[in-house]
Ligand binder design. Sequence first.
Ligand SMILES: Nc1ncnc2c1ncn2[C@@H]1O[C@H](COP(=O)(O)OP(=O)(O)O)[C@@H](O)[C@H]1O
Ligand SMILES: O=P(O)(O)OC[C@H](O)CO
Length: 498
Amino acid sequence: MPRTYILALDQGTTSCRAILFNHESKPVGISQKEFTQFYPKPGWVEQDAEEIWSTQYGVIAELLAKTGVSPGDIAGIGITNQRETTVVWDKTTGKPISPAIVWQCRRTTEIVEDLKAKGWEEFIRSKTGLVLDAYFSGTKVKWILDQVEGAREKANQGKLLFGTIDTWLIWKLTKGQVHVTDYSNASRTLLFDIYDLAWSEEILAELGIPKSMLPEVKPSSWIYGKAEISLFGDASIPISGIAGDQQAALFGQMCFEPGMAKNTYGTGCFMLMNTGERAVASQSGLLTTIAWGLNGKVEYALEGSVFIAGAAIQWLRDGLKMIEKAQDSEYMASTVEDTDGVYVVPAFTGLGAPHWNMRARGAIFGLTRGTEQAHLIRATLEAMAYQTKDVLGAMEKDAQITLQALRVDGGAVANNLLMQFQADLLGVKVERPEVIETTALGAAYLAGLGVGFWKNQGEICSSWRMDRCFKPDMSEERRTKLYRGWQKAVERSKDWED
Ligand SMILES: Nc1ncnc2c1ncn2[C@@H]1O[C@H](COP(=O)(O)OP(=O)(O)O)[C@@H](O)[C@H]1O
Ligand SMILES: O=P(O)(O)OC[C@H](O)CO
């Protein structure tokens, strides 16, 4: 009997999800759980890799229990993950030697500035396609080796391993048998030459990272190993797809042709445009990154990474306690007509694309005696749309195109008010698909292609269905006026931290 499902594991910044997809690309069951974020100092963000694993394992168990799907019915596992977040663990004990350093964490700002002062910026960009910023894994690994007692010595003796979260989960799923990543995740480490498709000896040497710590790099659809956990009983399930979550969403949105783009509104906001087999070097503050390795070749994307999007709504919920649930932001924002001139710049961990200002910090502008809670909530929501406009402007410049429609996904696109404002502000149609779990879907597709569950991209291409199209409905004059206010606010939030 052919197996009927693909299991996608979506390990995001704030939660772990497990989703079963059937052959018609429909999600037949989902389990999700948030896990703990640690903010030990201003600008620092940490997670516990063991908790990530136990949460991920827990949602798999819950999903199988609630759907009654037998592990023997699962054809393959696809893994997609928050990218750049860095785990270093002891090869023998399998225990992490420090907290996982999250992609948003700014603790390596000084290492980055030192590299810049030594003139590494251009070399790193030319090899990795990335901007020299604390965002990426390379300086985080160096920080761990420098700061954790005895770490560098152990690393030099080949006793430590590094991985992004995909690598960590596969290590756990295979009981320490497989140490692997895919091209899309490797391209986010600051250590990988995206043209030669190899770890960069020069960058590793400069950061003092021994090559023995690094995982093997494979295509995004491949049989990497078999899941060997007791949950699966005797059924041995191939792990057959890996992609960083933003690349997986690009795949799940079926942006297979050069020029097709998607924007994902999760913790951060990430716009990626497929550029095919050609790596486009950005002139406007975007990243050149690997979209995926598939069918014996590598394809590239241009990316605009915004660090704080839905995370600012969580801040309204958990920090300011203005709302109970993220969804409440929509109703609250709809109680006022506009923000009454208020702008929230959520640069909590600096600014990413296209500004790249590590020392920017969050700011609120335009407060008056008439400012109400609802204005602040609305301005926080609108900040996602403004940041997206900054990125789209850069992308259109780099790719020399005018986008006709933007495909969107991620947790926050459930917010209709935000989506309408986004269309209004961009002056472009915003298309929300039926399945907004496109990140997991992309990982499922890659895994399914890896085991022949789906024959080829042509077979899956026809399953993209629109849920709702938001059409622009704002005058050019108002759009320009609102955006000018945002640009002023962003400029003033830069270089706040000494
Ligand atoms: N209705 C909503 N309106 C605004 N933001 C929302 C809404 N629902 C969820 N979010 C935000 O979306 C994010 C969760 O999206 P998700 O795609 O699961 O993120 P991630 O993969 O980064 O963990 C959270 O930051 C949350 O605050
Ligand atoms: O967890 P997400 O979906 O916000 O994605 C995080 C990104 O992969 C960071 O680069």
